[in-house]
Ligand binder design. Structure first.
Ligand code: KG4
Ligand code: ZN
Length: 414
């Protein structure tokens, strides 16, 4: 269940005493002067409380993360007030751990960067109010971060990637294709018209009761589907990828979810089992849904590459395509994208799995990127608000649709 509550205030809980308690625990020595810029990044947009300190060269000095996945798996989805409470319980410890691991005091920071958009209102509020108090206490500049911008720029921390590049972000909460032309210069080519692929995979995994499967009980839905799919045969089901007639770069996953729901219902009847028990065909269903998702994502990415090349937005050879977000850790989907990259003479890059999912490092790195170019650095946080909904960049998806590019079919032999 996902309940978005826009009315919840940033300062809904007097967490000040907590912040000051935490700050007292630091011993402030006269520190050596750091030559590099240092940014503390704080992430609480969804269900991970994460923090990290990163320097100008991309070196991670310290990081900490508290994942709420296990709790939300038990309740069958993220319940925002529960996520908020868990963020409140953990943020102080996580920030302290990241700072302690980095062996620097808050005084040495060049700035504090925090995700303020988009995300769950109640979750964003915890990170923002904690950060604002830190910023005020230490008189540091504040850098508000767009969560998707941070995902998109992470690759520049791990690889030498210049602008422009194409990015595909696929996670539990987001699904978009964008051209990255600069630190804060994005062209949005397409996005999901309904739910994100990770959300769909999570729902399918729940419907298949994979939490009760001995091999998958502590895995996220998407990971459980990938794991089980290896034992399944996708050819047992013939499912058409969504939106085959729409010559754009948008995505859709709720129709696919309903098709899978129907298949599961049918199989439950055939196998004579109750809802909640594991189907003997669960692995085949997992393989089929994973394959269909991979084909859909690959097709949209293929069209985005062709569009960008047609408009000279990307170089004609050796263009870089980046895939990130939680679903990007799926190796089957990555292989499908690899086929597209090979066919279009592009290089496919993906951050390591721990940087594909939500983390504090990407937020701190986004802060470094913004510091370098002097973009969006605030010296006064008065009036700053989180934004649960916030599109990324300039939306040119209509232009993409009007171009109506036909994508040559590729053999998806994965
Ligand atoms: O980026 P992320 O940690 O959080 C956001 O949604 O922003 O992504 C989490 C999503 C979940 O839906 C999870 O099921 C999915 O990523 N996921 C995967 C895999 N690992 C995590 N989906 C497919 N295959 C995986 N191996
Ligand atoms: Zn994310």
């Amino acid at each position: 269940m996902l309940i978005l509550n826009k009315t919840a205030g940033v300062f809904s809980k007097p967490s000040k005493s907590k912040v000051y308690g935490f700050l007292r625990t630091f011993n402030f020595h006269p520190e050596p002067q750091f030559l590099h810029k240092l940014v503390l990044g704080i992430e609480t947009s969804c269900d991970d409380t994460a923090a990290a300190v990163v320097d100008e060269t991309g070196k991670v000095l310290g990081e900490a993360i508290h994942s709420q996945t296990e709790v939300h798996l038990k309740t069958g989805g993220i319940i925002p007030p529960v996520a908020q409470q868990l963020h409140r319980e953990n943020i102080e410890r996580i920030v302290q751990e990241a700072l302690s691991a980095s062996r620097i005091s808050p005084r040495e920071l060049s700035a504090i960067a925090t995700t303020i958009k988009p995300g769950l209102a109640l979750s964003l509020g915890v990170g923002l109010s904690f950060s604002v108090q830190l910023v005020k206490q230490f008189k540091k500049p504040f850098i508000p971060i767009h969560h998707m911008e941070a995902h998109a720029l992470t690759i520049r921390l791990t690889n030498k990637v210049e602008f422009p590049f194409l990015v595909l972000l696929i996670s539990g909460g987001h699904c978009l294709l964008a051209l990255v032309r600069g630190v804060s210069d994005f062209l949005l080519l397409g996005k999901s018209l309904d739910i994100a692929p990770g959300d769909m995979l999570d729902k399918v995994a729940r419907r298949l009761s994979l939490i009760r499967h001995p091999e998958c009980s502590i895995m996220s839905g998407g990971k459980a589907i990938e794991h089980l799919a290896k034992q399944g045969n996708r050819f047992h089901f013939d499912i058409n990828p969504p939106m085959q007639q729409a010559k754009n770069c948008d995505f859709s996953f709720s129709g696919l979810q309903h098709i899978i729901d129907k298949i599961i219902m049918q199989k439950e009847k055939e196998e004579g089992i109750e809802k909640g028990q594991i189907l003997s065909s669960a692995a085949d269903i997992a393989a089929a849904v994973q394959h269909t998702t991979a084909c859909h994502v690959a097709k949209r990415t293929h069209r985005a590459i062709l569009f960008c090349k047609q408009r000279d937005l990307l170089p004609h050879s050796n263009a870089v395509v980046v895939v990130s977000g939680g679903v990007a850790s799926n190796l089957y989907i990555r292989r499908a994208l690899e086929i597209v990259a090979n066919a279009t003479q592009c290089t496919l890059l993906c951050p390591p799995p721990r940087l594909c999912t939500d983390n504090g490092i990407m937020i701190a790195w986004n802060g470094i990127e913004r510091l370098r170019v002097g973009l969006g650095i605030l010296h006064d946080t008065d009036g700053i608000r989180y934004e649960p909904k916030c599109p990324l960049g300039v939306d040119i998806s209509k232009e993409v649709e009007e171009a109506a590019i036909k994508v040559p079919s590729l053999k998806m032999k994965i």
